[in-house]
Design a protein around this ligand. Sequence first.
Ligand code: GDP
Ligand code: GDP
Length: 435
Amino acid sequence: MKKGIVAIVGRPNVGKSSLFNRIIREKKSIVEDTPGVTRDRIYGTAEWLTREFIVIDTGGITLEDQPFAKEIKVQAEIAMEEADVIVFLLNHQEGLSDEDKMIAKILYKTKKPIVLAVNKYDKKTSNFDQYEYMSLGFGEPILISATHGIGTGDLLDDIIHQMPSNDEINKDNRTRVSIIGRPNVGKSSLVNSLIGEERMIVSDIPGTTLDAVDSVVKVNNIEYTLIDTAGIRKKSKIFQNVEKYSYLRSLTTINGSDVVLLMLDASVPISDLDTNIGGLAFEERKPIIIIANKWDLVENKEKEILKKEDEIRAYFKYLAYAKILFVSAHDKTRITKIFTAVEDIRTALDKKIKTSVFNEVLNKAQLINPAPNFNGGRLKIYYGAQVEAYLPTFVLFVNNPDYVHFSYKRFLENQIRLQFGFEGVPMSIIFRERK
Ligand code: GDP
Ligand code: GDP
């Protein structure tokens, strides 16, 4: 499930990051409360009227040694490229400025919905001239105060109202597979090898459903949409040197995919850059397959494979659920296995466990490993069931959710995986007190 994306644009100091922080659900960390550091957080998840969406603070996308006009232009263009709804923010304390008009001019080029908001409207002022703001041509502004939380509910209502429906956002009915990884691990090579395979066809599908860089491949008679972040980087020349943008692009690409292929270069040690990128996919709660590429370069393969697996598992502890495949994009070795793994994930996502069988497993798990004393009591699980959700989600009814130790939760998760599969997909276990 792809989430809708909202981008906030506006000249410096209008209150973009204040609004961003008010909208996103995550609590700010202490680090981000330090002046000057707030800028680093430019992407967050939010929820309003039961719809989840992503918010981008384009003010955080900065260019070095570039004139202000260029920076603003790039920010607005990135918003137009990535977002489903654009919030154009003005500052009531300063009124309409030439810079605002300059931004407006850039935004005229997009057909995407634009919500005009005037910030720092802290108290009713007599000199408010609505028509001045309306002269921009984006309709009536919504008056808000990001720091006081005035009007932000109305703004969010309007954002949700203007946002395309989930069905529209997810209208590609193929499984969308993205390839992420640090530069040079072989992402483009894999795409090329897949596209080059004789029994796969590629169609350049024009129109709005697919990004220009998406390609469709057919493997075992099933079509997949491939999303290659490397290709995206090569395509958007103007953004090439904007470091924050490639980070943002990785995130929006992950958001737009059903399955993420996290590619590593298996012929060299794993680096921090690899783990950072893997962390993004994990945080977005996506099904993941780890692709250890360039396996052709490794000697003593049989001995090395175990070592490499240990290394990968040690670096990506949080991705314990992800399958690891050793491939060579170059020699095309085992690359179709990737799609077998993708199909396994699709099967896992569709899996429905019978409640009676699930409870047998729960009981057995508690018998072989009773919960430890924690937080002043011992957890007792009465019963549980899988509930309807995109990712496998289980609700367990217990004597007291406070007694759940995270290691016991992990034990239960492992037992469920062991008994029922669910390879490659994140899973949720929710503890509820039995009334
Ligand atoms: P950005 O540069 O557009 O991201 O703006 P910031 O969010 O960093 O805000 C710039 C300044 O305006 C900060 O000092 C904020 O505290 C202040 N500010 C933001 N929103 C409001 C508001 O609604 N009312 C008032 N009075 N100040 C605000
Ligand atoms: P990207 O930046 O992740 O898209 O990486 P590229 O696909 O551009 O590959 C980077 C380099 O690694 C190129 O020189 C490729 O030829 C090479 N390469 C990619 N895959 C393999 C592989 O499986 N084996 C070997 N030996 N080289 C590879």
